[in-house]
Structure formats: C-alpha cells, structure tokens
Design a protein around this ligand. Structure first.
Ligand code: SF4
Ligand code: SF4
Length: 414
C-alpha cells in the first residue's frame, strides 16, 4: 500500500520560502565587518543584536536548531532595518530582504490573535483617513489640556502611554489639512501617502509652491494611498504587495513625485513605479529661471539624512544643492548621519527604549551645534527628531528642505 503523503501546497510554499531565506543568510561569511556600522550593536555590545548575530540566529531557526523563543524574537525585533550593515557588507548579503522575509515567516507562525491585532493596528497607521483623524485628535489633545494632564499626573510612566503621548504631541504640530484637487492632467502628481496630511502637509504645500514657481502644474491627488512599507517591514508582505499594486494602478502611467524618502524607496520596488521621483531630486533637475528671486535667510541648518534616503535613493546631494540656492543659509550635515535616529517606521512605537537611546545621540550633536533649523526628508524621522527637540526644551524647527525653499520665494503663503 502506498502510504506516501502528498505535501500540501502551503507546506511546499513555506519550505520553498525557508530555502530562499537560508540561501540569503548563507551568503554571510561571518567576517564581522558590518558590526561597527550597526546602531543596535553599538548600544548593547551583544553579538545577538548585531547583523552577524541576527543572521546566525536566523540560520538556527530556519534549520530547526533553535526555537522562536521570546528572547530570540526580541533580538530579531530589535533590528531597525536601517540597512547600514548591507551597505558595509563585502559579501553583498541582502540583509533587508532577508529580515523582511524572516518577519513574514514570524508573522505567519504567530498566534492568530497576535496576527489579527498587529495587522489591524498597522492597517490603522497606514490608512490616510485614520491618520488624518488622528492628526486632528492630536491637535485637540494638546489644545484641551489633556496632554498636560497626562504629563502632570505622570501617566507617561506607563509604557503603553508614553509613545502614543509623544506621537500625539508631535502630530499636533505637524497636522495640516490638505485640499484634494480634481483629477486634471498635471506635470506631476504628488504622492500623499498615509501620513501626508498628519505629518507632511507642509512639505506637500511647499512642493506645489516651488513647482508652480518653476512653471510646473502640480496635482495633489485625492486618492491617499499607502505604499505598504509599514506592512512589509512588519511581516505582512501580501498586504504590502496589495497596497503597492494599488498605487501602481492609480499612478503607474503618471509622473509621480514623493516627499517621503521611505515611501519612495518602497514604491520604486514596483516595476511600474520604478521612476518615482524624490522631490529634491526632481526639483534639482528642473530649469530654475534666472528671474526667480529667492530671498536670503540668515539661519543655520543641519541636514538629517534618513537611512532610506542615504541607502535606498542614492544619497542626499540634491538636498544640499537645493538649500544652496537660498542666499545666506548656512548648511551642514548633522554629524553621524550614517547612524539611524531610531525612528525606523513603526520602530519608535515598538522599541521605545532603543529608539530613545539612538535619538539621544542625535540630540547630543544638536545641543552642541545649536542650529536654527533641522531638515529631513522622512516624516517618521521628522516626528522623532521634533519630539526629541521639544522634550529637550530646544527652540529648533524641524521641517522638510522644500519648505525652506518655498518660504523664500516671492509672495509665498507658507
Ligand atoms: S559584513 Fe556581511 S558577510 Fe560579514 S558578517 Fe556582516 S553580513 Fe556577514
Ligand atoms: S539593519 Fe541596521 S539595526 Fe539591523 S542589523 Fe543591520 S545595521 Fe543593525
């Protein structure tokens, strides 16, 4: 009698996924050259919090030698996915792809209740409508004194309250309504994304002002779609693929420009969106008429370079070139820009202790250099830096570089 059991399609797919992940992990020769570049390893000095250590743990888990215990999960979850290790690796280990895959497997094997919970809170954070409402609630939270009450009653001692409290206080500063426009053809479409109105309304409005000053028609689309990056980096690859495919369906045949470096990096992974522009690159490559006068600004600016912009979009040179157009502006990079600030998408909510420790290093430089303004092209980093600056009692503005340009144009309403 034939007793052979035919493996199910699901089992087959999972074995294939395991093998692909193992192949990626096995490219690591354990040389350790990535270790000095890893921010979490720099903080804990624990091999398991380094890229090499995380790869070894992954290999142990995928080959069945290690179980996914809470300790093992904590070491993997502690990764920022900043990909500093990937840039430093001589063996070209595709660390980002490996860890995204590991998180997908972790999520698939998690208890149903946890999958349900994580999927839904990620869904809420990646919904433009919900983020818009959160932005407006955040304004009320501060204006009604609720935020002050939470602070004076020392409710922020409770771990679950501290991170949302911080986020709300920061969103109260950045939230801004965006007026959608009719779908007329334009020279470029601006990608609003899920956090556009709550975190980057100023940058979107500024892009329209600068674009129009350069003779371009700019459309802020009414469809606020999410690129799917948050889902991908939290193990929900199918949801992420769906979100990105929807973006491709809407924007695939139109020139698309984004103000958030992390979203652009994610969008570009889709073949139909591979030519999505980062706004500073886009504006930098346009013709700037000699007649366009940019007013001087005697301020000192530090440029924060988000990991997504440095490592996935080819660097921040266009940001510096754009800022150099403002006469009188003193521009310098924020020291140690190669090291992640700790925001890392949802990381600042999930790993608040490490996120705060990494932010502290940035604040140390900021206190030393005392800039008037910090610019950054990623909304998560902007919120994280702004929260840190405010909590340190510093009077420093945090904004998108394009906002500075827009303000210096004649009759700017920004
Ligand atoms: S540098 Fe690359 S090969 Fe060397 S330990 Fe790090 S990930 Fe592995
Ligand atoms: S992605 Fe960043 S935090 Fe994660 S292992 Fe690599 S360097 Fe360390």
């Amino acid at each position: 009698m034939n007793t052979q059991v035919t493996p199910s399609a699901a089992h087959h797919a999972s074995r294939h996924a395991n093998q692909s992940l193992l192949q990626l992990a096995d490219q690591c020769v354990k040389c350790g050259l990535c270790l000095p570049h890893c921010p979490t390893y720099a903080k804990t000095r624990h091999e398991a919090d380094s890229p090499r250590g995380r790869i070894a743990l992954t290999q142990g888990w995928l080959t069945g030698q290690l179980a996914m215990t809470p300790t093992l999960a904590a070491h993997l979850d502690g990764c920022l996915l900043c990909r500093a290790c990937e840039s430093a690796c001589p063996s070209l280990v595709a660390y980002g792809r490996l860890l995204d895959g590991v998180r997908t497997k972790q999520a698939a094997e998690a208890p149903a209740w946890r999958r349900f919970w994580t999927r839904h809170w990620l869904g809420a954070l990646s919904s433009a409508r919900i983020m818009d409402v959160l932005g407006r609630l955040a304004v009320l939270y501060v204006r009604t004194g609720a935020a002050r009450f939470v602070e004076t009653a020392r409710l922020i001692r409770f771990r679950g309250l501290a991170a949302p409290h911080r986020l709300f206080k920061t969103l109260a500063i950045t939230a801004r309504r965006i007026a959608p426009q009719a779908p007329e053809p334009a020279d470029l479409d601006l990608f609003v994304g899920c956090s556009g109105a709550s975190a980057q309304g100023g940058a979107l409005a500024a892009t329209r002002i600068v674009g129009e000053a350069l003779g371009l028609s700019v459309r802020i689309a009414s469809e606020s779609l999410c690129c799917g990056a948050m889902q991908r980096h939290n193990g929900f690859a199918e949801d992420a693929d769906r979100a990105r495919a929807q973006c491709a369906q809407v924007y695939g045949d139109r020139p698309l420009v984004g103000v958030s470096s992390a979203c652009i990096a994610e969008l570009r992974e889709h073949p139909e969106l591979a030519r999505t522009w980062e706004v500073c690159d886009y504006l930098d490559q346009r013709d700037w008429p000699d007649t366009l006068k940019i007013a001087p600004l005697a301020r000192r600016v530090l440029v924060h370079e988000p990991c997504s912009h440095r490592r996935l979009l080819g660097g921040n040179a266009a940001v510096y070139r754009l800022l150099a157009r403002i006469p009188g502006l003193e521009v310098a990079p924020l020291p140690d820009n190669a090291r992640c600030c700790g925001a890392a998408g949802t990381y600042l909510l999930q790993q608040p202790t490490m996120a705060a420790a990494l932010l502290d290093d940035k604040l140390h430089h900021i206190r030393d250099l005392k800039p008037d303004i910090i610019v950054t092209t990623n909304p998560g980093c902007a919120l994280h830096l702004l929260a840190g600056v405010r909590e340190s009692g510093l009077d420093i503005e945090v904004c998108h570089p394009v906002e500075l340009i827009a303000r210096q144009l004649p009759s700017s309403s920004i």
